[in-house]
Design a protein around this ligand. Structure first.
Ligand code: BTN
Length: 327
């Protein structure tokens, strides 16, 4: 992003109208130059309103992510702090960015945040709707020495860590839906996407991707194909995305640091206490079939346990499965 675009964004953060002329004057450029940059910002998802004769505004205002503000609010012992925290105004996908760098030792224990993503990745090949300066798009790259088996349940444990962060910033009734969704009141607030690289039996890297809806603009939400919610419709006051980012990072770093030693076992009870579907009739859809039953909970490896009509308990392991409540 150009310096001029960043400066325009800083002026628009207040949510007030600014004429093209006044923006140009403050930045020492022409109205046309301002207009051109505004077009580019709109193209990456900035929700800009323009009123003839009055100017431009971003109706609800916004708060840009700020490296220093986030660092100041991260609460982890110094030795746990990630080696690098990068913030992009625009990127294809924060997960892809770290995947592409997983072999580079300089990126070990890295964190990436973005204001917007053009190719945000969701589970099961879906796109994650990622408009500008509205939500949180965060990825972390972490190395593990003991292979994929030792990481059983990691994606569920990430859900527990994300829930802890959300409770810390003032949300309540945050639930978890197997395997990787964050729910409030039957609506999806966020999702987690883990991508594993390297040797499944030995040294491997994991990219942990987290998307949380904070203030989803209605235009962007039109592309979401399920019931969704965002943080600002759950709270009386808008939340600071910098504070939220810091809380998420703090909880994720603690989890990643301890997971290999603790495993999912020490997160299981907490996960089950927040299970959105526990005791309910639901259907798991696999590539081949749809299996219905009553959700019992998760086992110590994070597999879903479902009681079938026959009384038998069937286990399902994450990946490309989807779980829906029975209609
Ligand atoms: C899901 O489908 O529920 C998982 C969504 C994960 C989205 C996040 S946003 C940050 C990171 N980068 C991506 O491309 N995807 C994840």
């Amino acid at each position: 992003m150009s310096e001029l675009q960043s400066k325009i964004l800083k002026l628009l953060e207040d949510g007030q109208f600014h004429s093209g002329e006044s923006l140009g004057e403050r930045l020492g450029v022409s109205r046309t130059a301002v207009w051109k940059q505004l077009q580019k910002l709109e193209a990456i998802g900035l929700q800009l309103e323009s009123v003839k004769g009055t100017g431009y505004r971003v109706p609800a205002g916004f708060e840009l992510l700020d490296q220093q503000q986030i660092r100041d609010q991260i609460k982890v012992p110094t030795q746990l702090m990630a080696a690098r925290l990068e913030i992009f105004q625009h990127i294809d996908s924060t997960n892809k960015y770290l995947r592409d760098r997983a072999d580079n030792p300089q990126y070990a224990r890295s964190l990436v945040l973005a204001e917007s993503q053009s190719g945000g990745r969701g589970r099961r090949g879906k796109t994650w709707v990622s408009p500008f300066a509205a939500n949180i798009y965060l990825s972390a790259l972490w190395d593990f020495e003991r292979g994929a088996e030792a990481l059983e349940g990691l994606s569920l444990a990430v859900g527990v860590a994300v829930r802890r962060a959300l409770l810390e910033v003032g949300l309540s009734d945050v639930q978890l839906k197997w395997p990787n969704d964050i729910y409030i009141g039957r609506k999806k607030l966020g999702g987690i996407l883990l991508e594993m690289l390297g040797d499944p039996a030995g040294y491997c890297s994991v990219v942990v991707g987290i998307g949380i809806n904070v203030s989803m603009p209605p235009q962007a939400a039109a592309a979401i194909d399920q019931d969704w919610t965002d943080i600002n419709s759950q709270l009386a006051q808008p939340i600071s995305r910098n504070r939220l980012a810091a809380a998420l990072i703090s909880h994720i770093l603690c989890l990643l640091d301890s997971f290999q030693a603790s495993g999912f076992g020490s997160y299981r009870d907490e996960w089950q206490s927040a299970d959105a579907f526990a005791g309910q009739q639901a259907t798991v859809t696999t590539v081949r079939d749809a299996i219905s039953g009553t959700v019992v909970g998760v086992d110590s490896g994070g597999a879903l346990e479902m009681k079938l009509a026959s009384g038998e308990i069937q286990r399902f392991i994450g990946g490309e499965l989807s779980l829906r409540l029975a209609k």
